[in-house]
Design a protein around this ligand. Structure first.
Ligand code: ADP
Ligand code: MG
Length: 710
């Protein structure tokens, strides 16, 4: 037998096909679940455990307590409630091997009509509550069995696995059962035994055993704790090691700061800084004056005024005859920053350049000027990170509206010759309008210092929100016209449908068609224009400029306008198919209005037909609050942490077992342990840390920029 030949050579990285009971077809199904190797199988953890009573006959069913019985369905029917077509109960009669019967009832379970049929063998579990002395279970759990399935003789805890079509949890369970005895002894524990002993935690192999095959529920909980701790400790170690690395091996130019410099910079701003901005500017200036590279995140709701904080830092760099760069997530936003910074610096001798991915004639010239130090501040997109861009003397890199962890990390560690014992890097400032709940800032963003701009500039009036159905869109667009007549401007946003986040041809057509419809049918007296990502830069810029100057009144746009666009006179936003947007994105979009200080109240209309529970929750949430921090918390609740900030795509391994914020205590424990370990052995080079170090670099090396730790 082919399998037997592998018996003593099974390894954790053996293909899943080498596991007992797995042939090529099943291996493909496992792959769909991300299980490619035997090790992956061990790491494919149950999402929950269910208690199962020992299986018996109907006569063995305890009264009023949970019991389990096996039998054949002898009758089944749906009984509609009076007057309601869809509601009703599903009833079945189950006969056991001795010929005794129990009646089963499920309320509001019409769908069972298609699932349960006479002749099927079921195991059901639930509380027996006899009716007229006749055994009955209401809403029992059930599973369909093959005729020859051996009975569950004893009560047990059953793992319930994330499954796929044609690969149900039960099959995964069987494969794990057969594989575990050979695979578990191969698991090496990266954590020092002493530490585990101290926390009273099981070794890793034992934790996997307890997770997959717990003897009782407490074992599963104990295993979960160990595995969650593992994840959190690795992450905290990565963060502690990176902090240490920054301290030991990186240096940034200290930028002078004093009252005269402060005054000189503030003169440039057309307004007084708010107290919140002053506080954050102070924190940034303080960091910039040190040789330890700044790694700071400034969070502030949309419209809070983050740009001037960035500009303040950039001007500190320029005053010290060094360069500053501002990186924006889209070309549109880079152009906008370039325009507004140019306006603020008008009349000064500061030299500004715009550098985006667009290939135009000036590109080579701009690159030369940046390299020669003939440009003081460069505003651009991710193109700034490409290898072709060489700075003369970059002191500060600002990354605006960046929610993607990976991008920030890569940006932070690219600068300077790699082999120098001490590398010179620029300071880094990251700005985001998506606030980070504290639990997250300690985990995913743990290596950043955080500043918060927690108030808006004066004079802002909260946006009024309306969620309406498609049937109201005619009314909405008629009302839009009356707002335009009052001299206001509006955005209309159409979603990107494509799953990869690209605009599809279909959709671009819909942007243009919608613009035409609104122009012709509703807003004949005004100018309506469309913008989307596929327009040439010049064209888009021309339209945006006209919108800014008030020559275009309605801008129909895709999410290219999501971040940063700042036209204070635009006070109405209408979002089509709002249910297709994420909550954070809706909040970002809404942030484009409510920016005026003329006492007018802005309006945001969400046209939505939510079809899912999450969709309805998002609409309720967006309508109920204008507060970005609250929205972010609700978003975290609805989406879960893995999705937050797109960490999933960025390669930073999301936490799989640990749950944030529930495991806050474990997180703090891991943080303390990690700090102690790194204090004693900064790069984990001691013998008993080598495995830990290897696992750490595998998991977080790239995302945290630890590769160079070497
Ligand atoms: P965001 O934090 O969303 O990036 P911006 O920096 O674009 O916000 O600022 C939003 C608007 O508020 C801009 O028009 C800006 O000029 C204005 N602004 C910023 N700070 C102040 C202030 N202290 N007083 C008045 N207006 C301000
Ligand atoms: Mg901004």
């Amino acid at each position: 037998m082919a399998k037997a030949a592998h018996a003593d050579t099974l390894r954790l990285n053996s293909p899943i096909e080498d596991a007992p009971g797995v042939g090529p077809a099943r291996a493909r199904l496992f792959e769909r679940l991300g299980v490619r190797t035997v090790g992956d199988l061990l790491r494919h953890l149950p999402m929950r455990h269910e208690f199962e009573a020992a299986e018996g006959g109907v006569d063995d069913l305890p009264v009023g307590a949970v019991g389990s019985v096996r039998g054949t369905i002898v009758a089944a029917r749906f009984v509609p409630s009076m007057g309601f077509g869809k509601k009703g109960r599903f009833e079945a009669t189950l006969r056991d091997a001795q010929g005794q019967t129990v009646s089963l009832t499920w309320f509001n379970a019409r769908y069972l009509q298609d699932k349960l049929h006479p002749g099927m063998v079921l195991r059901v579990q639930g509380k027996n509550k006899p009716y007229n002395g006749y055994p009955q279970i209401v809403n029992p759990k059930w599973e369909a069995l093959d005729d020859d399935e051996p009975p569950e003789a004893a009560e047990r805890v059953r793992p319930i696995y994330p499954a796929a079509e044609d690969l149900p949890s039960r099959v995964i369970e069987k494969v794990v059962e057969q594989t575990a005895p050979r695979a578990l002894p191969l698991v090496a524990d990266p954590l020092p035994a002493e530490l585990l002993h101290h926390h009273n935690m099981p070794a890793l192999d034992e934790a996997y055993r307890m997770m997959h095959q717990p003897a009782h529920m407490d074992e599963a909980a104990e295993a979960r704790r160990r595995l969650a701790f593992n994840e959190l400790l690795l992450l905290q170690l990565g963060i502690a090691m990176k902090r240490r690395f920054v301290q030991d091996r990186l240096t940034a130019p200290p930028l002078p700061h004093n009252a005269a410099i402060d005054e000189h910079i503030r003169e440039r701003f057309p307004f007084e800084l708010t107290p919140a901005q002053k506080k954050v500017v102070g924190e940034v200036a303080d960091d910039l004056s040190k040789t330890r590279p700044m790694n700071r995140l400034v969070q502030g709701d949309v419209g809070a005024g983050k740009t001037v904080v960035a500009l303040y830092g950039l001007l500190m760099a320029v005053l010290d005859r060094k360069q500053g760069a501002l990186m924006a997530p889209t070309e549109l936003l880079a152009e906008q920053h370039f325009a507004s910074i140019s306006a603020m610096l008008e009349g000064s001798s500061i030299r500004l350049a715009l550098f985006t991915g667009a290939r135009n004639g000036e590109r080579a010239e701009t690159l030369d000027a940046i390299k020669a130090g003939e440009v003081d501040i460069v505003v651009g997109t991710h193109a700034l990170l490409s290898d072709t861009v060489a700075f003369h003397d970059l002191a500060l890199m600002v990354i605006d509206e960046q929610h993607r962890f990976g991008v920030m990390q890569r940006a932070a560690f690219r600068m300077g010759p790699k082999d120098a014992p001490i590398r010179r890097v620029p300071h880094h400032l990251v700005m985001t309008a998506t606030p980070i709940p504290r639990t997250l800032s300690l985990t995913v963003f743990g290596d950043l210092d955080v500043s918060t701009i927690d108030t808006l500039p004066p004079g802002r009036i909260p946006v009024t929100n309306r969620v309406v159905g498609q049937d109201k869109s005619d009314e909405v667009y008629r009302y839009l016209n009356t707002r335009l007549e009052r001299g206001e401007q509006a955005y209309i946003v159409v979603p990107t449908i494509d799953a990869a986040g690209h605009e599809t041809a279909q959709q671009l057509k819909s942007v243009n068609e919608l613009a035409k419809l609104i122009q012709d049918k509703y807003c004949g007296g005004f100018k309506v224009a469309a913008v989307h990502g596929r327009l040439k830069r010049e064209t888009r810029q021309r339209i945006m400029d006209r919108f800014r100057r008030g020559e275009v009144h309605v801008l129909v746009a895709t999410t290219v306008i999501e971040v940063g666009v700042d036209v204070p006179n635009a006070s109405v936003m209408i979002i089509e198919h709002a249910e297709r947007f994420g909550l954070a994105q809706l909040h970002q979009l809404r942030g484009r209005v409510g920016r005026g200080d003329d006492g007018r109240r802005s309006l945001c209309v969400f046209i939505a037909e939510p079809t899912t529970e999450d969709g309805r929750k998002r609409m309720d949430a967006i309508a109920s609050s204008n507060d970005g921090f609250k929205i972010a918390e609700m978003d975290l609740q609805i989406r879960g942490m893995g999705d937050f900030f797109g960490t999933r795509q960025s390669g930073a391994a999301p936490l799989k077992v640990a749950a944030i914020p529930d495991d806050m205590d474990l997180l703090l424990l891991a943080r303390r342990d990690a700090q102690k370990m790194v204090d004693a052995d900064p790069y984990l080079t001691h013998d008993d840390h080598l495995l830990l170090r290897k696992v750490l670099l595998q998991h977080h090396g790239e995302a945290l920029g630890l590769i160079d730790v070497g």
